[in-house]
Structures are given as C-alpha cells and as structure tokens.
Design a protein around this ligand. Structure first.
Ligand SMILES: Cc1cc2nc3c(=O)[nH]c(=O)nc-3n(C[C@H](O)[C@H](O)[C@H](O)COP(=O)(O)OP(=O)(O)OC[C@H]3O[C@@H](n4cnc5c(N)ncnc54)[C@H](O)[C@@H]3O)c2cc1C
Length: 399
C-alpha cells in the first residue's frame, strides 16, 4: 500500500540516519514488534527500558511510513471534542481519555529529554478557533467542560484573538501544555536508543506470514524466521484491512511546508493553530521558521498520485496561510498527500487481540496519532509485564 506521495519534508532534516540489516537466518525473542514507525519505535524503546528481549522489524526503513508524513502536532485535545466524546462514551470515560492524552504529551517530553539525538520536541500553546459563528456556541461549551475538569485552557473573545494574531475569529480556546515534534527524528532516535539497550532491529524485512501456537508464533520473512512468545502489530494504516479493526476509515490528507520566513513576530508564541470545522485545517511553525499547513482531507483511500492535482492542493493550503498571516511572498517548498486513518468512535485501537492472548495491536489511528502511540506503548507494556492496564478497556479492539 502506498502511504504517501509528493515531496516529504522530514527526511531532509535527518542527517546520518542509521541503517539496520535485513534479517537473514532464524532468530528468537520474547516480543516481536512488526512495524518501525512511531508506534513501533515507542514500543521498542519502552520495552528496552524494561530489558525485555525484543526484535523490531520493518519491511522498509525506520519511520518511512505514515510517520514521515505526520506534521508533528502533539495535543491533548482530540479530533473529537470532549463534549462530543462525553455524549458518546460518557463524561467519566471521555475525561479519563483526555487526561491520559495530556499525560502522554508530558511522558513524551520526559522520553525525548532522555534520548541522545534531538527530536525537536518543543512545548507550544494551541489556538483552537471557531470556524464560524455557529461553532462559537459549541466551543464555549467545550471550554466550560475542559475548565470544569482542570485542563489548562483559556477562552479568547474576538478582540483578544485580534490582539494576539493578525486575523479575526469570533472565539477560540488557547491551550497550554501541547507540543510540536519532528516525527521522523523521534522514530529514528527512539530506535537508536532501543538498539543501544539491546533491541535487535531489522529493516527491509517484511513479515509475510505467521503460524500461532500456544507458546507464541513463528513469523516468516523472505530470508529467515522469527520465533516470538508475543507479537505486537504496529503496522499503521495498512492494518485497517485486518478483520479485527473493522471500525476504521481511511481517508486522504494533504500538507505543505513553506520556505523559511524571515520575521515571525506576528505569530503569537508560535502557537499551533486549528479549527472546529471537520475536516479541519491546521498550521504550525518549524524550528527554522517555516510554516507547515495541512488538511483538505477527502475520502479517497490512496494518496493523490496526479502531480498537478497535488500542486493545486498545495496552492490552496498556501492561500489559507495567507488568509491568516501577512505573507505575500510565501512559497511552497515541500508538499505531499498521505493516507490518513481514523476510527469511527475517535479512539485508537490499542491492546490485546480479542481471541489470541499473545497478539497485541498498537494502532494510533486519528489526528493525535503520536500521542496515542505514546499512551499505547505504556498500555501494552503494562499488559505484557503485569497483565493489567487501567486504560486498556477504553481502547480495546472489541470495545
Ligand atoms: C498528513 C498526516 C498528518 C498527520 N499529522 C499528525 C500530527 O500532526 N500529529 C499526530 O499526532 N499525528 C499525525 N498524523 C498521524 C500519524 O502520522 C500516525 O498516527 C503515525 O505516524 C502512525 O505511526 P505508525 O507507526 O502507526 O505507522 P507508520 O509510520 O506507517 O509505521 C508502520 C510501519 O509498519 C511497517 N510494516 C507494515 N506492514 C509490515 C509487515 N508486514 N512487515 C514489516 N513491516 C511492516 C511499514 O513499513 C511502516 O514503516 C498524521 C498523519 C498524516 C497522514
């Protein structure tokens, strides 16, 4: 499955990406992780911290799947607002999930500080604005509920937004304690560290088939086999084809990165910006003063393959940035289209297979995929090491 097309930005930011061998021969471990994107790399790092005998394989190279197309916004607020989640799964469960997301951003900060190689994790505020007057009422209710449960939010009226940003909106929530990251650097650095801690890593090694028995599984690759007591599928959006992930939908999204901008003083604290409309548009900055914008999702599964249509989407995103900021000479430097997976209820798919005890899934479907993968790596580590995780029922595949 092709996960992205176009000209990605993050691969141009990673120097000296380590290479790992192809598997050749037969190997054994306690835990096999299939897929070396952000989810697999967070999982490998987490297990390596607990000295679990682990093998990580990827059919391509580390971070080259959807993780390279990710725009790197880390937020505790989700695609589904807390008010909407509360109606669907109850206020208690919705708040539990939001609190776990908030904690996962903190956890990721701790993890990135421990890594030897930089991931460009930077704490940021987020501006979540009402896309139209109708949504302002909805946003006020969202603020009330977030505030009631102690989330770090402030409500901005139109004149306050106007005093901080060069655009007009009726209402917005300004959140603290979000962050931005370079998602490819994150995956690469995590795997470096996990490898240093003893995890065996194989690139260009596709798992082609498996046989399960009571003692675990035997996994076939083109030039060898892996015997593992437990397996974690962190195979990203391709896993939507599995029968047990029925409640997922695949769409297509677009993103651009501009050339660096000289002066960013008009952008309040380089806050990340998004909106209430669905699908939503979002913008962030990079450490070298570029602007990333994304959105315009449509319901095709495959990324856009026509270069002219892709260019057209790039111009649309550029003009959206220019509607917000006074940047007449802005130019697109990178643009891409990518498959984007969401679950129907807004929660990721994380946990043990409903039927097979030694099979786990770590699938961060949704706009907060990185936060979900951080949370998921903890949940699966707890299930494997202690047989229990408080958050597992909420995220279970058969929920
Ligand atoms: C345009 C776009 C923007 C996004 N923006 C954000 C954002 O701002 N913030 C955020 O949190 N999330 C965002 N996301 C979501 C985020 O990208 C994903 O949640 C995250 O990358 C998922 O990581 P992953 O490891 O599950 O998947 P992937 O990175 O796709 O990794 C899966 C890996 O599995 C490997 N694999 C698959 N099958 C096999 C097999 N049989 N054998 C061996 N290896 C296999 C693949 O080669 C791949 O490397 C965005 C996504 C898109 C598309």
């Amino acid at each position: 499955m092709t996960l992205h097309t176009g000209n990605l930005f993050w691969p141009t930011t990673v120097q000296h990406k380590p290479e790992y061998p192809k598997l050749s021969g037969d190997v054994e471990c306690d835990v096999l992780i299939i897929g070396g994107g952000e989810s697999g790399s967070l999982m490998a790092y987490t297990l390596s911290e607990h000295r679990v005998s682990t093998i990580l394989v990827d059919k391509a190279t580390i971070g080259s799947g959807s993780s390279s197309a990710n725009t790197g916004l880390l937020q505790f607020s989700n695609d589904k607002m807390l008010t909407d989640f509360s109606k669907r799964i109850g206020e208690k469960a919705a708040v539990q999930f939001y609190k776990r997301c908030l904690k996962s951003v903190d956890d990721l900060e701790v993890i990135t500080k421990r890594l030897e190689y930089k991931t460009d994790f930077i704490r940021r505020k987020s501006l979540f604005y009402a896309s139209d007057k109708g949504d302002a009422k909805k946003l006020r209710k969202e603020f009330d509920l977030l505030k009631k449960h102690g989330f770090p939010v402030n409500l901005l009226e139109a004149h306050e937004i106007g005093s901080l940003f060069p655009f007009e909106k009726d209402l917005a929530i300004l959140t603290d304690l979000d962050a931005e990251v370079n998602p490819l650097k994150l995956a690469v650095s995590l795997v470096r560290e996990a490898h240093k801690n003893g995890v065996q890593v194989f690139e260009n090694t596709e798992v082609l088939g498996h046989e399960f028995s009571d003692g675990g599984g035997l996994f076939r690759t083109p030039k060898g086999t892996i015997r593992a007591k437990k397996v974690i599928y962190s195979t990203g959006y391709e896993t939507a084809q599995f029968a047990s992930i029925k409640k997922a939908a695949l769409n297509r999204s677009y993103a651009i990165v501009t050339h660096p901008v000289k002066d960013m003083s008009f952008w309040y604290e380089k806050a990340m910006i998004w909106e209430t409309a669905r699908p939503y548009l979002y913008m962030r900055t990079t450490p070298d003063n570029r602007i990333i914008a994304g959105g315009l999702d449509d319901n095709h599964t495959e990324p856009e393959s026509d270069p002219d249509r892709l260019k057209g989407k790039g111009w649309e995103l550029l003009s959206i940035i220019q509607e917000h900021f006074p940047l007449r000479d802005l130019q697109v430097a990178h643009q891409w289209s990518a498959t984007f997976g969401e679950s129907k209820d807004g929660l990721p798919f994380i946990g043990r297979h409903p039927k097979y005890d030694h099979v786990y899934f770590l699938l961060g479907f949704g706009g907060n995929g990185t936060v979900y993968c951080t949370l998921g790596a903890e949940v699966i580590k707890d299930l494997i090491l202690y047989g229990y995780s408080h958050d597992a029922p909420l995220l279970a595949l058969d929920r």
